[in-house]
Design a binder for this molecule. Structure first.
Ligand code: PNS
Length: 164
């Protein structure tokens, strides 16, 4: 059984994240989406809210589980007997940070491989921070995020527009 971890802040999950998770779930027998509890920046949504939105967005995907983690990523991966950590890569600008994380994680546990999935072109410029900014300034995020996130953002930013 080949298990992969797809870790992230998911504040909130976007259509780009969803695409990466779906594609990882085709290649691996099982995928565990790890929602990081502690992240350096302030989050808009709590860890429980972020997890609930990921779960709702992944409804019907039978080989994917969602869990909050509050540990080193390699430790979380070991707990699930995972062979790989899967991360999405959007543009060259992602590379340096991802390269550093992958090398550090390899240093911490050489048995866990980091693998990269290239973002689909239509999501290459999409990020959780951009989505939050659009919502905050009353723009529409339709199509950029799963429906459950659109609803949650509209609750946080009541002036957000419904359609595009
Ligand atoms: O969605 P993000 O913010 O790019 O995800 C970053 C995340 C959660 C994958 C990263 O911060 C992480 O792995 N945190 C767990 C703590 C850890 O293992 N740190 C050392 C490796 S850099």
């Amino acid at each position: 059984m080949r298990v992969a971890i797809v870790p992230g802040s998911f504040d909130p999950i976007t259509s780009g994240h969803l695409d990466i998770i779906r594609r990882a779930a085709i290649v691996f027998d099982k995928v565990v989406v790890g929602v990081s509890k502690k992240i350096p920046k302030n989050t808009l949504f709590s860890a429980d809210e972020r997890k609930a939105m990921v779960e709702k967005a992944l409804t019907g995907m039978n080989n994917v589980d969602v869990e909050i983690f509050d540990s080193l990523l390699v430790e979380f991966a070991r707990r699930h007997d995972a062979h790989a950590v899967v991360r999405g890569l959007r543009a060259v600008s992602d590379f340096e940070h991802e390269f550093q994380m992958a090398q550090l994680n390899r240093e911490l546990d050489s048995k866990i491989e980091t693998m990269f999935v290239m973002a689909s072109p239509k999501y290459a410029y999409l990020s959780s921070s951009a989505v939050k900014e659009i919502a905050e300034y009353s723009g529409s995020v339709k199509g950029l995020v799963p429906d459950v996130v659109e609803t949650a953002l509209a609750a946080k930013f009541p002036s957000m527009k419904g359609g595009r």
